[in-house]
Design a protein around this ligand. Structure first.
Ligand code: NIG
Ligand code: FE
Length: 420
């Protein structure tokens, strides 16, 4: 019950004012060298210089774990589509032949192919797939993820996805925050009639989701060929009236007005933002919306253009980073890969990127008051990495340096010794 994580070479606490970190504050990591963290009943009791933490009366009663590495708040991956039935390998092969995301959709791939697979999938299989994926997130140092629906697109299948999240969440230490993304695309039965489909979602799916308390957020793909800004605004407002907090896929493939809709509907985050303009950045700042950037999807799609993280930081918009884990644009659950892409392709500093992957990710889920930093009173969600300098987490790529993930004070993942 009482745990002392000792011998920490560098502890990144991200201690600071409440609220998401923007501008210069995005680069403040709260570094403590030669540190320790004391935890009791799932919460942090003390965190700081080891010699000071050891003086705490509870330290003598604690079980001691030697970190011998870097400790930071466990990653908060605030944007995933982690419930899906099959990888999209045909799409992948087509992409290697030069076919674009839009071109793949036109050839029967894309979101709708994932929908067909999810509709066929047995609920029990969906749960076991999600549990296997949960292990992979924990293994890479992530202890909280958001999970979107959006591959069901009818009442039965969207609820099946949310019920799978609920069932899996009760059997893993990974915390999963569910988001209804029924407005991901117009399913074939509605023959492109997006207005009619959104009415169906609001009349049939949303009430069932709310009655079952199955989701916390509502998201929509605001993009040409998917849902217009006007539709997105009235849909998200209707969801908000029913208690689902808005999030939005905005300005991913073109500048279309999604960021502004996010501001107008009080969205907690606007995500992707590849084509955001200076006015969008000003609006997001005024609206207090977190900009969630997903550079691994650009990497996987082989795009040369990345979201302009520097412009968001200069404009004092808090930036969060997430994987976007999904079968179409980001088959990646490792936040360390996201850190690499953010530093290399978006020129975020390691400090800014780590802040974006922890405390700002927590704020993108409205969870910044209890996770995302390491300080007394907060949930003990942290990860230990096999490194001597925190920048190694951004420097090595395609790697996993995590060796221990702790969620609510309990071991959620521990790397096995190579020699038994
Ligand atoms: O975040 N933009 C919409 N949704 C996903 C892609 C989903 C898919 O292709 O299956 C995204 O990139
Ligand atoms: Fe997404």
């Amino acid at each position: 019950m009482i745990l002392l994580l000792a011998n920490i070479k560098q502890l990144l606490t991200f201690r600071g004012p409440s609220g998401p970190r923007a501008g210069r504050a995005q680069g403040e990591i709260g570094l403590v060298k030669n540190a320790a963290v004391l935890m009791k009943n799932g919460r942090v009791t003390a965190a700081g210089k080891e010699r000071e933490v050891l003086r705490h009366p509870l330290a003598k009663k604690a079980r001691v774990v030697e970190a011998n590495g870097i400790v930071l708040p466990a990653f908060v991956d605030s944007h995933t589509h982690a419930v899906f039935a099959e990888p999209r390998l045909r799409d992948f092969s087509l992409r290697t032949q030069g076919v674009s995301y839009a071109g793949i959709r036109a050839r029967g791939g894309g979101i709708i192919s994932s929908v067909k697979a999810v509709r066929r999938q047995a609920p029990a299989n969906m749960v076991s797939q999600l549990l296997e994926r949960a292990e992979r997130f924990l293994e890479c140092g992530t202890a909280t993820i958001e999970v979107k629906t959006g591959y069901g697109l009818d009442k039965k299948s969207e609820l099946k996805m949310l019920e799978a999240v609920r069932a899996a969440a009760s059997r893993t230490r990974l915390e999963m925050v569910p988001t209804l993304l029924a407005a991901h695309a117009v399913p074939p039965e509605f023959k492109g009639d997006s207005g009619k489909y959104l009415r169906y979602v609001l009349d049939e799916i949303v009430p069932a989701v709310v009655a079952g308390d199955l989701a916390q957020f509502a998201d929509i793909f605001c993009e040409r060929g998917y849902f217009t800004p006007e539709e997105s605004r009235s849909y998200l407002n209707a969801c908000l009236r029913r208690g689902l907090v808005p999030k939005i896929h905005a300005e991913q493939l073109s500048n279309y007005g999604g960021a502004w809709v996010g501001v107008k509907t009080g969205a907690v985050s606007a995500d992707h933002l590849d084509y955001a303009l200076p006015r969008d950045i000003r609006d997001l700042r005024r609206g207090g919306v977190v900009a969630t950037l997903l550079p691994v999807s650009n990497f996987f799609l082989g795009l040369s253009r990345y979201p302009d993280a520097r412009a968001f930081i200069a404009g004092c918009v808090p930036v969060a980073l997430a994987t976007d884990f999904n079968p179409g644009t980001a088959p990646c659950w490792n936040m360390q890969m996201v850190l690499s892409a953010a530093c290399t392709h978006m020129k975020m500093t390691p400090e800014e990127a780590l802040c974006a992957a922890t405390i700002n990710g927590a704020h993108a889920l409205g969870a910044g008051d209890w996770t995302g930093t390491i300080e007394p009173g907060k949930q003990a969600d942290l990860a230990v990495f096999d490194a001597s300098d925190y920048r190694e987490l951004c420097y090595y790529f395609g790697a996993n340096l995590n060796k221990l993930t702790i969620k609510k004070g309990k071991t959620a993942y521990r790397k096995r010794d190579l020699i038994a």
